[in-house]
Design a protein around this ligand. Structure first.
Ligand SMILES: [Zn+2]
Length: 282
């Protein structure tokens, strides 16, 4: 890596989205000394069945900080209400200011085809900010960047109108335990709200070690599903033998509205991936 650390910004809708959708990449970045910030556009105040409002928002902010710390990153929670996020001008301008102030090399967000309206809203706001971030008369209080970031969307399972195109695939098999640990820090979600929502709250073990193992079992099929779905891309990236050994992966689709991921930029932002020609030979 060069002397200047890279800066990765994840703009998710909820306090646990970055860990769940891209935790392996976050860990890869911070372990190499790069700087990562995880933003939740909403306050998380809708994600529970007993708690709500400011007490839930406060709990989720604490969990977000713990999870980010486990990944070597920092967390920031914006005050937009959970479950009611809109792709408003206010959200778009907050995104533009965040992009200009943080100065990321790489930005990740949700796609706009997604089951959750909050995910779609922040995905839309980031998409809308991609060009406007370069226009000095928009949000003139914050100067434009001299170098705009690459923007990508994180993996999801949705297919209408388009499934994710895996422009970048990343083997997270070695990072699995760490990412599970970071997700487990969102106790109110992975051990309470999500099992409740899926009608299996009684399956969650009570003691901490058993819980962690249970959660690993819950999360594994999710990332393994991407590895199966993107096996072809994994083999192209890592070579046939190594590509078939990948158990868990993340995939990213590069936005065509922001800086293109040319070969130099790919080498810079994803330095840990093999060179395309050497991988196919292996
Ligand atoms: Zn979410």
């Amino acid at each position: 890596m060069g002397a200047k650390p890279l800066r990765l910004l994840i703009l998710g809708a909820h306090p646990d989205d970055a860990e769940f959708h891209a935790g392996g990449l976050v860990w890869r970045y911070t372990q190499a000394g790069h700087v990562v910030k995880l933003v939740s556009a909403t306050d998380g105040s809708a994600g529970h069945f007993r708690l709500s409002g400011p007490p839930l928002a406060a709990l989720r902010a604490t969990e977000a900080t713990r999870a980010a710390t486990l990944l070597g990153a920092t967390a920031e929670v914006w005050p937009f209400p959970d479950g009611r996020l809109e792709p408003s001008l206010a959200l778009r301008e907050q995104v533009i200011r965040e992009l200009r102030q943080f100065g990321p090399d790489l930005v990740l967000t949700h796609r706009t085809c997604d089951y959750h309206p909050d995910h779609r809203a922040i995905g839309q706001a980031v998409q809308d900010a991609c060009y406007l971030v370069t226009v000095p008369t928009i949000c003139p209080d914050v100067p434009i960047l001299r170098r705009d970031p690459v923007v990508a969307t994180m993996n999801d399972r949705f297919t209408r109108p388009n499934p994710l195109r895996a422009d970048v695939v990343l083997d997270i098999t070695p990072d699995f335990d760490r990412v599970v640990k970071a997700c487990a820090a969102h106790e109110s979600q992975f051990f309470e709200w999500l099992p409740f929502n899926q009608n299996r709250l009684e399956d969650v073990p009570l003691d901490t070690a058993a819980r962690q193992a249970w959660l690993a079992g819950q999360l594994a099929p999710h990332w393994a599903g991407y590895a199966e779905r993107f096996r072809h891309e994994l083999c192209q990236t890592y070579g046939d033998a190594a590509g078939h050994r990948v158990r868990y992966c993340h995939a990213l689709e590069i936005s065509e509205y922001a800086r293109p991921l040319d070969p130099d930029e790919r080498r810079r932002l994803f330095w840990f991936l093999p060179e395309p020609d050497t991988a196919s030979a292996g």
